[in-house]
Design a protein around this ligand. Structure first.
Ligand SMILES: [Zn+2]
Length: 371
């Protein structure tokens, strides 16, 4: 009897173990999702704002890219430039045609910032042609116009003199953009290093100018100084108070937050974006950067300068886009310390109201038409 009872208990225990195994066995796949990492959380919190990246360059229409836009509730402003040193950007009209294909297939996630062709500057019809083409693009739905660093650093007039951004031939273009209530995105000048001796050990950016000597100004005869170019930009701000201007890349004043602040104080029609200059904020004095972003919380627009080039693996591009969004979010929104390009960065943990402005509403305010 005792033996019988013992084997009954043993059987019951075995059955219980099997049942437990089955329960945990069947439940396991449901619970098996990996624990959410800090990076997952960062990307999810970023997406929750329905963020706008107001500075990208996308040359492809690709499924993987669209999936990222959908997943991250991301809106981007795709910016065109004409660059005679890189074939995909050499001609404007094919870029515009491609850009519209991207916009139209993006389900409302991609907007277009058109540009005009500065290389035609010496043509007697340059101004009229530019205004005509800009107006056509605005009518088609472009929401902003870009002026590029070629003005001040590459384009010359018929006398062989570098053309500055306040050249009289550009005035009707600015007036036209303002009359349409649209925004000028101004990438004028470059980081200071373009006018300084290069030392890769001192500043890794030197490598860019070694690889892109066309933008290295130090030894070029007749080239304006950075100061001269930015003063011409400032005269455009002064002369066109009704023109909203976004100085991209921190308005090329990347090393001097006080100088950016003085410009924002002086020119109510001026804002800046963070594109490709986040490291100056990340590696800067944390208290100072934080105070700057809080003080000028209505004037700083999030942008990255990320690109999808014609010849790339889009999946790889998407991966690096996401990593940039994660790092930038951790910096602006969290108190975490984490490495970026081998250097430790300490997050600013900005207030939610400031994050909302930098990541979304400032772009909508300064670049009308962004949704
Ligand atoms: Zn750019």
């Amino acid at each position: 009897m005792a033996t019988h009872k013992a084997s009954f208990v043993l059987l019951a225990v075995i059955e219980l173990l099997i049942a437990l195994f089955l329960i945990t066995g069947t439940r396991k796949p449901l619970d098996a999702a990996p624990a959410r990492t800090g990076e997952d959380i960062a990307l999810k919190d970023f997406a929750a704002l329905h963020p706008i990246d107001a500075h990208v360059h996308v040359f492809r229409t690709a499924q993987e890219f669209q999936e990222m836009l959908d997943q991250e509730h991301l809106t981007v402003l795709n910016i065109l430039v004409v660059d005679d040193t890189w074939p995909p950007r050499n001609h404007l009209q094919p870029q515009i045609d491609d850009a519209w294909k991207l916009v139209r297939s993006s389900k409302g996630h991609v907007f277009l910032c058109t540009t005009f062709d500065g290389y035609k500057f010496t043509s007697p019809t340059f101004t009229d042609d530019s205004v005509h083409q800009i107006n056509r693009d605005l009518k088609d739905g472009a929401i902003a116009v870009k002026i590029w660093k070629t003005f001040g650093m590459e384009i010359k007039d018929s006398a062989g003199k570098y053309v500055l951004p306040d050249d009289p031939k550009l005035k009707p273009i600015y007036a036209d953009i303002a009359a349409h209530g649209k925004t000028l995105l101004a990438h004028l000048a470059e980081p200071d290093l373009a006018w300084e001796p290069l030392d890769v050990k001192k500043d890794p950016l030197a490598q860019y100018y070694i690889e892109n000597p066309q933008w290295y100004m130090l030894d070029k005869p007749g080239v304006p100084s950075k100061k001269t170019i930015l003063e011409a930009r400032d005269r455009v701000l002064e002369q066109n108070p009704r023109l909203r201007v976004v100085g991209v890349h921190l308005g090329s004043m990347e090393k001097d937050l006080d100088d950016i602040g003085r410009h924002l104080d002086k020119y109510p029609n001026f804002a800046v974006d963070t594109a490709a200059r986040m490291e100056y904020l990340m590696y800067g004095d944390r208290e100072k950067v934080s105070a700057f972003l809080v003080k000028y919380q209505d004037r700083v627009i999030y942008g990255t300068d990320l690109d999808v080039n014609p010849d790339v693996n889009v999946a790889e591009s998407v991966k690096s886009w996401k990593q940039t969004y994660i790092n930038d979010w951790k910096f602006f929104a969290t108190d975490e310390t984490f490495p970026v390009e081998g250097r430790q960065v300490h997050g600013l943990k900005l207030p939610a109201t400031v994050l909302q402005k930098i990541y979304r509403t400032n772009a909508q305010h300064w670049i009308k038409g962004l949704k």
